[in-house]
Design a protein around this ligand. Structure first.
Ligand code: NAD
Length: 336
């Protein structure tokens, strides 16, 4: 099958070519650095499938334009699919497939890295020591053992994080409208969202971005949190109201903030903009706080995860070509 691969970076190409070489009947991969938007749709001419990532925008107009070109499959290289208009795809008869579980440990471990780094101020200590400043003032942390951690969303990633944090001796609480049976008997306790916000020393977000979770962490939710709370978001930027976070950081309400995702990351992440003026004033303000640690959507970025993403993406296409059904289609029940 002819596949137009959008938002390609060198590592995408390396892993997808390796996975494609392993496939019995290799596909024709055409790589584009550009992200998929209405103006870049023509790059998919002649392709039966497009392969996309988290910041490609597959809204109604793009889906219609792809359909007119004869595209029949959208193969996402991600688990999240908030960037796709599924209803439009269904109407256009385009199948949307994803990689539902490539390596939840990769994101859970990155979440832990943010927690540990922020708590023990490793990002500040690194700079100080290199400058010959060995003073410890301002670097005071706390023991994770016995601390209460609130996990919002206990699917694959939240579950992996809960297991890691249990090993640290934390008291792990969770909120999820659909409790995970895999966590039964682990000591994790499901509690109402309001109680989780009010009692957690650290709140970590692992739910998808949906109309219900958009700005779930807003001014009112932050007001319910403990003073000095640590908040971590490795899910999707839109789950938090960034402006409300900034106000809470200024007031000292939020004691530490770790972000791997950002509401407007589509204009920033996955490229080197170090030679350009930063145009996003909200993001620029976030960067001024010493207790804010931001990574550019790298939670998934491990060898194991990239291999799994590439393998499953190629399998999705191969299956679709063979029987008209991808291995992991996003079911129409998701539209409800
Ligand atoms: P998952 O589908 O396995 O789990 C999501 C969980 O969230 C489910 O248990 C669901 O019931 C729960 N949920 C839904 N609505 C909720 C709500 N209103 N409140 C609380 N919980 C709710 O997904 P996953 O694989 O664990 O991934 C979670 C999210 O992490 C993805 O949707 C994606 O946005 C993000 N993600 C980020 C990266 C990264 O690199 N930073 C990589 C992969 C996934």
């Amino acid at each position: 099958m002819d596949i137009a691969v959008f938002s390609t970076r060198s590592y995408d190409r390396t892993f997808l070519e390796a996975a494609n070489a392993k496939a019995g009947n290799p596909h024709d991969l055409r790589f584009f650095e550009a992200s998929l938007t209405l103006p870049t749709v023509p790059l998919a001419a002649g392709a039966a499938a497009v392969c996309c990532f988290v910041n490609d925008r597959l809204d109604g107009q793009v889906i219609e334009a792809l359909s007119r070109l004869g595209v029949r499959l959208v193969a996402l290289r991600s688990a999240g699919f908030n960037n796709v208009d599924l209803k439009a795809a269904e109407n256009a008869g385009i199948c949307v497939a994803r990689v539902p579980a490539y390596s939840p440990e990769a994101i859970a471990e990155h979440t832990l890295a943010l927690i540990l780094c922020l708590n023990r101020k490793i990002h500040r200590a690194y700079v100080r020591v290199r400058e010959g400043n060995f003073a410890l003032d301002g670097l005071l942390g706390f023991n994770l053992a016995s601390r209460t951690i609130g996990i919002i969303g206990t699917g694959k990633i939240g579950c992996a994080l809960a297991k890691i944090l249990s090993g640290f001796g934390c008291k792990v609480m969770a909120y999820d409208p659909f409790p995970n049976p895999l966590l039964a008997g682990t000591g994790l306790e499901y509690i109402p969202l309001g109680d989780l916000l009010a009692t957690s020393d650290i709140v970590s977000l692992h739910c998808p971005l949906t109309p219900e979770t958009h700005h779930m962490v807003d001014k009112a939710a932050i007001a319910r949190m403990r003073d000095g709370v640590m908040l971590i978001n490795t899910s999707r930027g839109g789950v938090v109201d960034t402006r409300a976070l900034i106000e809470a950081l200024k007031a000292g309400k939020i004691g530490a903030l770790g972000l791997d995702v950002y509401e407007e990351e589509g204009d920033l992440f996955f490229r080197d903009l170090s030679g350009q003026m930063l145009q996003d004033d909200v993001f620029a303000r976030l960067l001024t706080f010493p207790n804010v640690l931001i990574t550019g959507h790298q939670g998934f970025f491990t060898q194991e995860a990239l291999e799994a993403i590439a393998d499953v993406t190629i399998e999705n296409v191969t299956n679709f070509e063979a029987c008209g059904r991808a291995l992991h289609p996003i079911g129409t029940e998701r539209l409800a």
